[in-house]
Design a protein around this ligand. Structure first.
Ligand code: NDP
Length: 253
């Protein structure tokens, strides 16, 4: 088993990779969904791509959690189950609800996402499986845990609500796009991304250590550039796009 300081060193290096990835994604939009374009090699069906991309984020934390030699106290069980709830939806429910008939994504995107999810999943699973003993008694009734849980639930609810709303928009228009309206869409183009960022920020607060921080940073590094790209695309595509709407942070970005 790695010492906690060696483990944290790996996590800090991985956070630095996230910052680099963020800067890259600000320049190159990830070529899937509405940003699909030729020139990225062989492609795979969208639904299969989603399942393959996200499967390691469900399986790898579970493997390292159960293999871990640390104390499996209530705190790590609660954190583990909250993580699993999100990824059961993302892997086993969300891809089957998508209205994505005939759409494809580049295999290279799938490989990159698999790699990122392997490392992110390892960090969460390894931490929860091995170092649960660092949480003091009473952690679940302390301020970080309760504040983080509120953020986590709020973010997850927003993410699920917005994903659902976007899936419903496809009802009447084959693979086309419409302007989403109502609820948090009044303020931002991508409440699904905002919800996911808040959710994992909440998780990081609940965990209160570099492993949780790393996951939150990676989520923001992926989704802030993607929301920016979506927002720009909406403005270029729809002449009547609501001018006061922002990309992902109401009134700010
Ligand atoms: P999008 O908003 O791009 O798309 C979600 C689904 O809704 C797709 O099927 C998309 O179709 C469809 N859709 C989107 N906008 C419209 C519209 N205006 N009209 C009609 N249909 C629409 O979401 P992402 O693909 O970026 O992400 C999906 C989920 O995965 C989100 O919840 C996100 O938070 C999460 N995610 C998390 C990441 C992380 O790092 N944790 C990374 C990436 C995603 P189409 O695919 O054809 O565009």
């Amino acid at each position: 088993m790695l010492s906690l300081s060696s483990f944290y060193l790996i996590v800090y290096i991985w956070i630095a990779v996230a910052v680099f990835t963020f800067l890259l994604l600000l320049r190159i939009s990830a070529p899937y969904g509405r940003h699909s374009r030729p020139g990225w090699g062989p492609q795979i069906g969208n639904r299969t791509g989603w399942i393959l991309m996200e499967l390691p984020a469900l399986a790898v934390p579970a493997i390292f959690f159960f293999l871990g030699q640390g104390e499996k106290n209530t705190v790590v069980w609660v954190l583990f189950l909250l993580f699993i709830v999100h990824y059961v939806n993302r892997v086993l429910v969300f891809p089957f609800r998508l209205r994505t008939h005939g759409k494809k994504m580049p295999l290279v995107i799938v490989f990159m996402a698999v790699f990122f999810n392997l490392v992110n999943g390892f960090i969460i699973g390894y931490f929860l499986g091995n170092y649960g003993g660092i949480y003091p008694a009473g952690w679940l009734s302390g301020i970080p845990f309760i504040a983080g849980l509120i953020l986590f639930i709020a973010g997850m609810s927003l993410n699920w609500w917005a994903d659902n709303k976007l899936i419903q928009l496809r009802k009447s228009s084959a693979n086309g796009y419409r302007i989403p309206r109502g609820g948090v869409f009044r303020w931002v183009s991508c409440p699904n991304h905002l919800g996911e960022i808040v959710e994992w920020a909440g998780y990081a607060v609940m965990m209160w250590n570099p492993a949780g921080l790393s996951f939150a940073v990676w989520t923001a590094a992926n989704l802030i550039p993607r929301a920016r790209d979506h927002h720009q695309w909406y403005k270029e595509t729809f002449e009547d796009y609501p001018p006061r709407r922002r990309a992902v942070i109401p009134h700010v970005l």
